[in-house]
Design a protein around this ligand. Structure first.
Ligand code: KG4
Ligand code: ZN
Length: 339
């Protein structure tokens, strides 16, 4: 079964074809970093304009790579999955209109997907045998969430960030240190040569909840940099990264223990962080749990992960509930079948 997917929730225009929910046939991602980096963040209006320019070439390139024409859609493609939310309204609209137009023209059903769900399923493309139940850790530019995936489409949300998402904190601290956007990969790179014990930032464990809060560490970095002018950028990067990583690892492992989950599945841009990957893998090994980490290209936004969710949703629900539903920028993760 082939699923065609479109993802445009933020600043990447992406399209992909995936077979049976886990085998990549084609994937094309057009990044807008060059447009947004001079503003040190994503400018929503510029993002939606760029999606308009990119959507047709990206869709065309993904189909060409897969060797599929529009005329072959009814015969070869089972569903057109697209991101309904959460994300930027103008960006989401471009993907929704493209997917639903393609659906209306070809007769292939459109299926709406939650972007965070995409990150929670991305590992299935790498580990074909992976199945729920598992603990999903989503760490991206917009989200830091712990969710139990009891089954495909059945979730128990444990907690999330109360202020900055992990990636947002990385990007803001990088900006403060004069590093380019997006700052996460730069902090990761510089931290490798830095001393993570140079400054001991508090670990915000938010005891008694599964929530996160990273804005305090960010403010502590600002104060420390102002106070101590001789601090090396690489030491600040390493100390900040260590505080964020340790907090995420402690809370994730605590949740896995508390709910008796042996599998931890990580997703989102910050899952590409080398220190987080190492610490999660080492801690899980000591704890006799297995951690699943996507390859770098599947950590950040892509359409293959959306296709993957689309496959399981179609298989489980049998029919599409509302093929022409609207985008939802503030979408909250729901069990399949619930509206
Ligand atoms: O998942 P993603 O592409 O977009 C959202 O859904 O938000 O994540 C982008 C975020 C950015 O904040 C970026 O700085 C961060 O992921 N990121 C990293 C690394 N690579 C990307 N953060 C820390 N270390 C990295 N290596
Ligand atoms: Zn994302």
């Amino acid at each position: 079964m082939l699923i065609f997917a479109i993802e445009t929730s933020c600043d990447d225009t992406a399209a992909a074809v995936v077979k049976n929910g886990n085998t990549l046939v084609s994937s094309v991602i057009s990044s807008q970093i060059e447009i947004h980096k001079k503003f040190s963040g994503v400018v929503p209006e510029l993002a939606s304009r760029a999606h308009i320019d990119n959507i047709n070439p990206v869709v065309g390139a993904a189909l060409k790579k897969a060797g599929i024409t529009f005329g072959e859609f009814p015969k070869k493609i089972s569903a057109i999955a697209y991101t309904r939310g959460p994300g930027l309204a103008g960006s989401l609209l471009v993907g929704q209109v493209a997917a639903q137009t393609l659906s209306a023209v070809t007769g292939v059903p459109a299926v709406d997907i939650d972007h965070v769900e995409g990150h929670m399923y991305a590992c299935l493309l790498e580990y074909h045998e992976l199945r729920p139940p598992y603990l999903a850790l989503t760490v991206s530019g917009g989200h830091t969430e712990l969710t139990i995936v009891d089954d495909f489409g059945r979730y128990r949300y444990l907690g999330g960030t109360r202020d900055d998402a992990a990636g947002e904190a990385f990007d803001k601290v990088a900006k403060l240190l004069g590093l380019p956007y997006p700052g996460g990969p730069w902090i990761d790179k510089l931290a490798r040569r830095g001393n993570s014990g140079k400054v001991r930032f508090t670990r915000p464990l938010m005891k008694g909840t599964w929530d996160f809060s990273f804005s305090g560490i960010k403010t502590a970095v600002v104060n420390e940099v102002r106070k101590n002018k001789s601090l090396l950028v690489r030491d600040v990067c390493a100390s900040f990264q260590e505080a964020v990583v340790e907090t995420i690892v402690i809370k994730t492992m605590d949740a896995a223990r508390e709910f008796g989950l042996s599998k931890i599945v990580v997703g989102g841009g910050v899952a590409a962080n080398s220190r987080l990957r190492r610490q999660l893998a080492d801690t899980a090994l000591r704890d006799k749990r297995k951690v699943y980490l996507p390859p770098e290209w599947l950590c950040t936004d892509n359409a293959a992960m959306i296709a993957c969710v689309g496959y399981h949703k179609l298989k489980k629900l049998k029919k599409i509930i509302d093929p022409f539903c609207n985008i939802e920028p503030g979408l909250v993760l729901k069990n399949w079948g619930a509206r």
